[in-house]
Write a protein that binds this ligand. Structure first.
Ligand code: 13P
Length: 251
C-alpha cells in the first residue's frame, strides 16, 4: 500500500551552513521518535552531499529540487541526475510550477528529466497543478490530466510505480491560500482515477499523491485526513524545524 510522505522543498533558501543546521535540527527532532510517514527534505544542489553525510538518510530522505534533461556533456551550469545520485540524494523534485513558469520547462523536457532520474536510481517527486485562471474556468481536471499524459504516461507500469506525485495548485503556492480539504480530496481522487485508467487500480492505489500549497501546522491534519491525500510537499513551513515537525506529526 502507498506510503504517507511529508517532504520539504526549501527552494532557493538557506546558505550551506544554514541548511546544514536545519537538516541536523530536524534529524535531532526525529531522534527516538516514531512517525507515521516518510520524511524527505528537498535542498539546493550545493547542500546535497554535505546534508546527506550529516544526517541519518534512512530517517530523512534527501531530494534535489531539479536535475538536467541531458545525461552529461557541454551544458554549462547544469547538474545531471547521475551527479545528484552521487551525493547520496535518493529523490528529485521535478516539474515544480516555478520551474515550469520561470525556466520554461515543457512537458517534453520534463519527460526527459523523469527518464534520466529513473535511470540513475532517483525517485522523482513529480509536481502537477493548475493556475488560478484554469481553476476558475473549471479546467483543473483537464490540466492535471494533460500534465500526467505529457510527461509520465510514456513510462512502463514498472517505472510509473516508482513515481511520487505532488498536486500543487499554483494559486495556493506561497500565497497563504490553501485548497480546502474537499478541493484537495476531489482532485486527488480524480488523479488516482486517471492513474487507474492508464495503469490499473493496483498501481493507482500504490501511488503516493502529496498535496502542496500553503500547507502548514494548522491545516495539515485536515488535509492529510482525506483518503486520497497521502502527505504534503511543504515550501515555506519546511524552513524551520518548529514549523515542519508538526506537519510530519500530523499523521
Ligand atoms: P508553500 O508551502 O510555501 O506554499 O510552497 C509549496 C510548494 O511549492 C512546495 O513545492
Amino acid at each position: 500500500m502507498r506510503k504517507n510522505i511529508v517532504a520539504g522543498n526549501w527552494k532557493m533558501n538557506t546558505t550551506l551552513q544554514e541548511g546544514l543546521e536545519l537538516a541536523k535540527g530536524l534529524d535531532a527532532a526525529l531522534q527516538g521518535k516514531t512517525v507515521n510517514c516518510d520524511v524527505i527534505i528537498g535542498t539546493p544542489f550545493t547542500h546535497l552531499a554535505s546534508i546527506a553525510a550529516a544526517i541519518d538518510t534512512n530517517k530523512i530522505g534527501v531530494a534535489a529540487e531539479n536535475c538536467a534533461d541531458k545525461e552529461k556533456g557541454a551544458y554549462t551550469g547544469e547538474v545531471s541526475a547521475a551527479m545528484v545520485a552521487s551525493t547520496g540524494a535518493k529523490y528529485v523534485i521535478l516539474g515544480h510550477s516555478e520551474r515550469r513558469a520561470y525556466y520554461h520547462e515543457t512537458p517534453e523536457i520534463l519527460k526527459e528529466k523523469v527518464l534520466l532520474a529513473l535511470a540513475n536510481g532517483l525517485t522523482p517527486i513529480f509536481c502537477i497543478g493548475e493556475v488560478l485562471e484554469e481553476r476558475e474556468a473549471g479546467k483543473h481536471f483537464d490540466v492535471v490530466k494533460a500534465q500526467l499524459e505529457g510527461s509520465l504516461f510514456n513510462l512502463s507500469p514498472e517505472d510509473f510505480g516508482k513515481i511520487i506525485l505532488a498536486y500543487e495548485p499554483v494559486w495556493a503556492i506561497g500565497t497563504g491560500k490553501t485548497a480546502t480539504p474537499a478541493q484537495a480530496q476531489e482532485i486527488h481522487a480524480f488523479i488516482r482515477k486517471t492513474l487507474a485508467e492508464k495503469y490499473g487500480q493496483e498501481i493507482a492505489d500504490n501511488t503516493s499523491i502529496l498535496y502542496g500549497g500553503s500547507c502548514n501546522a494548522g491545516n495539515a491534519k485536515e488535509l492529510f485526513a482525506n483518503p486520497d491525500v497521502d502527505g504534503g510537499l511543504i515550501g515555506g513551513a519546511s524552513l524551520s524545524v518548529d514549523k515542519f515537525m508538526p506537519i510530519v506529526e500530523a499523521f
